[in-house]
Design a protein around this ligand. Structure first.
Ligand code: PMP
Length: 422
């Protein structure tokens, strides 16, 4: 991959490049939300200034233009993850995507969408499998679905080194397994999970796979159809795009058979006072007015990422990751979560500072202009598994430089001395 010049890219990100020299910002919270390049901001503004209209409806030129831009954005974002336009459903983000799937399966269980939807119907005692490393967004909707259907929620354990215990997974998955939902990359551990092996196990069991691609889509070349997963979700704001937009990718036969979750305008063919017939995907899953400028902004974001090149992004971030992890390992009193060797990772590290609460550590870093995330990062069960309630997380993106990482490491080394722990 051609090398990436992060310092030069930073000029494209007004929030980062516009900082006054006396008030620098070292932004290491990109896993929570990424900064946006000017091209994304411009794309949204340009749409609002020149083309704003209700898509898929009006008889007028402006509405036709808006519809074309909206559907072009769909094709662009779908293409970024290797998919066809019809395989991409707009959602407000990953949380909405997982809820859409879980509620649609609940509807199938209740007999909606038959006969095609029957394949998703759950019976009491059927099993939904997640991992111990789940973000709450890919956990609680499944807890709710299990509670509504009598299905049983089980989990693939995480080993001490942060990797998923696939031996345990092989034992866990079986004829009762109906759904396997798992993260491509945990937002706490940063380890790239072996999607192909999990998909193979799930297929053997005849289970539907749901991939949380939130933390991989911004950082790795991604070809969702090639992974073999049935469904996948991602969030625009983590991939240089706007808030309130994300995607649900689905295999064509899966989306075709899935009943809708939200119902209302724009997702129907014929409606009487008693019943309605639904459009095919993706419109079947897009009831109501859609986030059009956000979709156009997200298309600009993935065009930006594609122009830089995802192999180059991953190579750059891998180097940052090694620098960060090697540096943290050298600082006394730092305990890294999931410190496995020899695994592929994104540039993210979560750690505990001996004797110092994560929130104090975060405040200390903030006072030095370094933005990190503290808490359980919406993965409380994973923290519990490691015997803690909170950690400090530093996460980088394509605009992060070696100098950012070095300043961060310097500051981390100062935490325990500052709090009188050494
Ligand atoms: N899954 C993972 C792995 C995440 O990191 C996040 C965001 N922190 C989510 C799901 C939820 O994304 P959103 O809040 O954008 O819906």
């Amino acid at each position: 991959a051609a090398a990436l010049d992060a310092a030069a890219l930073r000029a494209d990100f007004p929030l980062l490049s516009g900082r006054p020299a006396e008030d620098p910002l070292i932004y290491l919270d990109s896993a929570a939300t990424a900064q946006r390049p000017q091209a994304v901001i411009d794309a949204e503004i340009d749409y609002l200034v020149r083309a704003n209209a209700a898509v898929h409806r009006g008889a007028h030129m402006l509405a036709a233009d808006a519809t074309e831009l909206f559907e072009d954005a769909r094709a662009t974002v779908a293409g970024f993850v290797g998919a066809e336009a019809e395989q991409l459903v707009w959602t407000s983000g990953a949380t909405a995507g997982v809820n859409l799937v879980a509620y649609a399966i609940g509807n199938a269980t209740a007999g909606r969408g038959a006969p095609a939807g029957t394949r998703f119907a759950l019976r009491p005692g059927d099993e939904i499998v997640v991992t111990e490393s789940e973000h709450h967004a890919n956990l609680i909707p499944w807890q709710e679905l299990a509670a509504r259907t009598g299905a049983v929620l089980r989990h693939i354990p995480v080993r001490e080194d942060g990797t998923l215990d696939l031996d345990a997974a092989a034992d866990l998955l079986g004829p009762r397994t109906r759904i396997v939902a798992f993260p491509h990359v945990s937002n706490v551990l940063g380890i790239v999970n072996p999607v192909d092996r999990i998909v193979a196990l799930a297929r053997e069991a005849g289970a539907l796979t749901v991939l949380d691609a939130c933390q991989s889509a911004p950082h790795l070349p991604l070809d969702l159809p090639a992974t073999g997963v049935d469904l996948a979700v991602f969030s625009g704001h983590k991939m240089l795009g706007p808030n309130a937009i994300g995607g649900l990718y689905g295999r064509a036969d899966v989306l075709d058979a899935l009943p809708p979750f939200l119902t209302g305008g724009s997702m129907i063919t014929t409606v009487t006072l008693d019943q309605a017939e639904y459009l095919p995907p993706p419109q079947r899953f897009e009831a109501g007015t859609q986030p059009v400028s956000q979709a156009i902004g997200l298309a600009a974001a993935v065009r930006y990422l594609a122009r830089v090149g995802m192999p180059a992004v991953h190579a750059h971030e891998s180097a940052l990751e090694r620098r960060m992890r090697d540096g943290l390992r050298e600082i006394p009193g730092i305990r890294l979560l999931g410190d496995a060797e020899g695994v592929d990772r994104v540039a993210l590290a979560s750690f505990e500072v001996e004797g110092v609460h994560a929130h104090d550590a975060g405040q200390f870093l903030d006072s030095r202009g370094i933005a990190v995330r503290v808490g359980h990062h919406c993965a409380a069960p994973l923290h519990r598994r490691f015997g803690m309630t909170a950690s400090v997380r530093a996460s980088a993106a394509l605009y992060t430089t070696d100098a950012d990482v070095d300043a961060f490491l310097d500051a981390v080394a100062g935490i325990r001395p500052f709090f009188g722990e050494v």
